[in-house]
Design a binder for this molecule. Sequence first.
Ligand SMILES: C[S@@+](CC[C@H](N)C(=O)[O-])C[C@H]1O[C@@H](n2cnc3c(N)ncnc32)[C@H](O)[C@@H]1O
Length: 282
Amino acid sequence: MANSDNLSGIKKREYVLGRDYLASVRLSLQHIQETGYHVHPSIPLRAGMEIMEVATGTGIWMLDLASKYPDINFHGTDYSLEQAPPREFLPSKVTLSKWDLLEGGVPEEYVGRFDLVHVRLLVCVIKNNDPLPILEKLVKILEPGGFLQLGEMDLVTNRFEHARPDLASSSFELAFNFPSTLDQRLGPIWVSDLSTQFGLAGLSSVVDQHDFRKKSHLSFYTDAAFLAWNEWREGMDESDKERYGSILGQARKDREEAKRGLALNMEIRTGVGRKEGGLSTM
Ligand SMILES: C[S@@+](CC[C@H](N)C(=O)[O-])C[C@H]1O[C@@H](n2cnc3c(N)ncnc32)[C@H](O)[C@@H]1O
């Protein structure tokens, strides 16, 4: 994907997050969602089914499932496989290939093929607050009656939790809000409107679930947020980078003084949609 020269800072980056070992550790931490499932219970699983995970990243969702369901076929795609394990380490029913969701169409071999398509944490990838072009591609690769499961952090529902009433979170709020003033991918509003987006893409909405994270887990997610903020900072112009560096420094200091009693919370949203056609049960 070509970068556009008239953009500056993070906007110039095709991918706003990092890909090094810390970025991969962050994805593992973010994987510990409190949803209690990998696949929503409304989606039936059976031996021999075909599951595709797009934008698989490290592949952790798929690999966790593959160890529980050795008779299911998993296909992971991403436009970069840098964070995924080498093929030699993959179970026999797991394959990986490259697919750029923002460029070109749908590879012929994927069309109408999958019983379940999973996609998660695309918020920083979707442009112009419009997930529809990507959703339409995902619907295309589903077989009739197949399911799409989409999991997202709903960044615009953010709120700050304080262990004690005397703790102030203004530095945290700035750390959270500053990047979205530079790049709209970091302040997505489409997530809250997921079931409408599913309808537009031709899916019937089966589940639209959204819950704030449990207080007990907020410290882990706040650690992960600091990692993501540092990754976003890497892509900023020098002046923004410097300003954001001091904002993050203050937020870190405030959190340490609060003995980790300041935390970021937001809703985790899971949407399940079904493509028309096929049998009523799989
Ligand atoms: C935040 S990570 C989420 C990874 C994984 N889905 C998870 O939940 O652990 C976003 C992923 O989107 C991928 N990605 C970014 N732009 C993409 C594009 N244009 N096409 C396909 N994948 C893309 C990145 O390479 C990265 O692996």
